[in-house]
Write a protein that binds this ligand. Structure first.
Ligand SMILES: C[S@@+](CC[C@H](N)C(=O)[O-])C[C@H]1O[C@@H](n2cnc3c(N)ncnc32)[C@H](O)[C@@H]1O
Length: 222
């Protein structure tokens, strides 16, 4: 499904506005240590077309990314090369099998990507794997759809905490099982065995009729 989606897309899009805000902005409850991004290892899990890997590079990070197939990885490398980035380490892997050593990263981001279950049945295995590759005090940056997000329109409960998509707005996610969280507290409870210092934000945007509703979470590895 994702292979096809990316094959049909010719160009890399711009980074997500809220990834730019997190990495470059200054907010009352979030102000990452931007002066020390240089040389830190940043991993974008489920990095799509590579748009946010390019931003990480521009911020001074050592850019890394993971996508689920070799075809998508090749496409990302091509996209990045087209804009002059040749030193990003992009590998094939999954949320439950990240192809890097333990305590490897200073920052790990999963932007609109951590809740796709694929063949995995237990979201806690994703949490454990994110924790494995992050250094102690390393940052985890997440975006997760709210229950009211358009993504869950016409979805059905598969079992508590997991919904199956039936009528995807973009037409390519039907049949996929996604982790669905009740609220910020449930996100915090799920990640708190390995993570601390949770900071939450919320996007609640009626984007020309599309319910663009997301939880944004930043926390640190214990
Ligand atoms: C909505 S796209 C987001 C892509 C990118 N993060 C962005 O913001 O543009 C979701 C991505 O998650 C990836 N994905 C799906 N299942 C995954 C899994 N089990 N582990 C890691 N990534 C996965 C897909 O290949 C897809 O690129």
């Amino acid at each position: 499904m994702w292979n096809k989606a990316y094959r049909e897309k010719r160009d890399m899009a711009y980074p997500s506005e809220y990834v730019i805000r997190i990495l470059k902005g200054k907010y009352p409850r979030l102000n990452l240590d931007k002066a020390n991004f240089k040389g830190k290892k940043f991993c974008d899990m489920g990095c799509g077309d590579g748009r946010n890997v390019a931003l990480a590079k521009e911020c001074g990070f050592l850019p890394h990314g993971v996508e689920i197939t070799d075809d998508i990885v090749a496409k990302i490398q091509e996209n990045l090369k087209n804009i002059g980035i040749t030193d990003a380490d992009i590998r094939a892997g999954m949320n439950n099998n990240i192809p890097f050593d333990e305590a490897y990263f200073d920052y790990l981001m999963s932007w609109n990507a951590c809740y796709y279950m694929g063949e995995e049945t237990d979201f806690n295995n994703y949490v454990k794997e994110f924790a494995r590759v992050l250094k102690s005090e390393g940052y985890l940056l997440l975006s997760i759809p709210k229950k009211t997000c358009f993504i869950f329109d016409s979805s059905e409960q598969d079992r508590p905490g997991y919904n199956v998509i039936r009528d995807d707005y973009f037409g390519y996610r039907n049949g996929e099982i996604l982790r669905i969280f009740e609220d910020e507290q449930e996100i915090e409870d799920t990640f708190s065995p390995y993570f601390k210092n949770f900071i939450h934000a919320s996007i609640h945007d009626d984007c020309f009729g599309l319910a663009y509703h997301w939880h944004l979470t930043v926390c640190q590895r214990k």
